[in-house]
Design a binder for this molecule. Structure first.
Ligand code: DP6
Length: 324
């Protein structure tokens, strides 16, 4: 009753921002992402009928409190699906340095779902696995697939039609992402809290939702044609629209710090100098820069030189779930 799975994190080009139902994580919009090779989590799950409770180790350290509760709560979903009341020992190793500014929850819950389902004897197809993973962390449901994936929000109340589907495999296009890590000292508003506050109180939220279907249709045609300018422009504008909703919330908030704006400006300058690059930003101050392999050296050097930038981590497109 033991299995080990590896999952990569992903970066959203069309953001998931807003829930219509929090308990089982149902979103208010479709989203689209690229899975990244550089950042991943490997998780082993062992079920044993002699265990009297779950235990969770992250990078060798025993975890308690809220992160433990989230993992144990997620294992309940797996137990319910399998109809087995048996506890587990979970060991996760994160290759998503917190410093890289990626939420490790995407790769973390995707690896946990895959290893947990396999260990308890569930035979799930990708769609079923994505639907299960979604209930741990929304963005994680896209990490089941390599390359580009779309999370279809669905309309059913029970969430049965809310899962991710593949859009283009990892070999389709070698689009690169630089994760620009900033020196930030601020109190973080989690994506969960930020989304909730925005949905409940931002008058800009309706405008955000209105813009999704065109963005999604256009970016998919851009991905199919490997049209970097088209994909970059849409991803950058979509990220700005998402962040604009937070300024209208009550109370207002932003994930950006001064260096976030400096990096955004540097990306615009790179473009003015003929080097194609576009930015996107998640629920934090760090910036992810989209670029093509032939411009890697210039992009890397230019971003590293910005004062307040701690690190620049480069990544290629990554694969979906694998079992070890
Ligand atoms: C801004 O997936 O972390 O990164 O479903 O509450 O766990 P929960 O939220 P999470 O939110 C990610 C938000 C985002 C955009 C995205 O990845 O699509």
């Amino acid at each position: 009753m033991k299995a080990t799975a590896k999952a990569h994190t992903n970066i959203a080009l069309i953001k998931y921002w807003g829930k219509r139902e929090e308990s089982i994580i149902l979103p208010t919009n479709n989203s689209l992402s690229l899975t990244l090779d550089g950042f991943y989590t490997t998780t082993s799950v062992k079920f044993n009928k002699d265990f009297t409770e779950d235990e969770f180790f992250l990078d060798g350290k025993k975890v308690t409190g809220v992160p433990y509760d989230r993992v144990s709560g997620f294992l309940d979903l797996i137990r319910d699906l399998a109809g087995k009341k048996v506890y587990a020992s979970v060991e996760s190793v994160n290759e998503v340095p917190t410093a890289a500014g990626f939420a490790s929850s995407a790769s973390g819950f995707a690896a946990l779902a895959a290893a947990g389902a396999k260990a308890i004897g569930l035979e799930l197809n990708d769609q079923e696995l994505s639907r299960l993973t979604r209930q741990g962390s929304g963005s994680a449901c896209r990490s089941i697939y390599g390359g580009f994936a779309e999370w279809r929000m669905g309309f059913m109340e029970d969430g049965s039609d809310s899962y991710a589907v593949p859009v283009a495999p990892v070999e389709h296009w070698d689009l690169r992402v630089a994760a620009v890590v900033l020196d930030a000292k601020m109190k973080k508003v989690s994506s969960r809290d930020g989304m909730r506050r925005t949905v409940e109180s931002s008058p800009f939220f309706a405008g955000w939702l209105d813009s999704i279907s065109v963005d999604l249709r256009e970016i998919k045609s851009g991905i199919e044609a490997r049209d970097f300018e088209k994909v970059g422009k849409i991803a950058e504008a979509n990220c700005l629209k998402m962040h604009a909703t937070t300024l209208g919330a009550k109370p207002p908030f932003t994930y950006w710090i001064d260096t976030t704006l400096t990096v955004m400006q540097r990306v615009r300058e790179l473009r003015e100098n003929g080097i194609p690059a576009y930015f996107t930003i998640d629920a934090g101050p760090n910036v992810k820069v989209l670029y093509l392999p032939e411009n890697e050296k210039q992009i890397h050097e230019s971003l590293q030189r910005i004062p307040g930038v701690l690190d620049v981590r480069l990544s290629k497109p990554g694969h979906g779930i694998s079992y070890l």
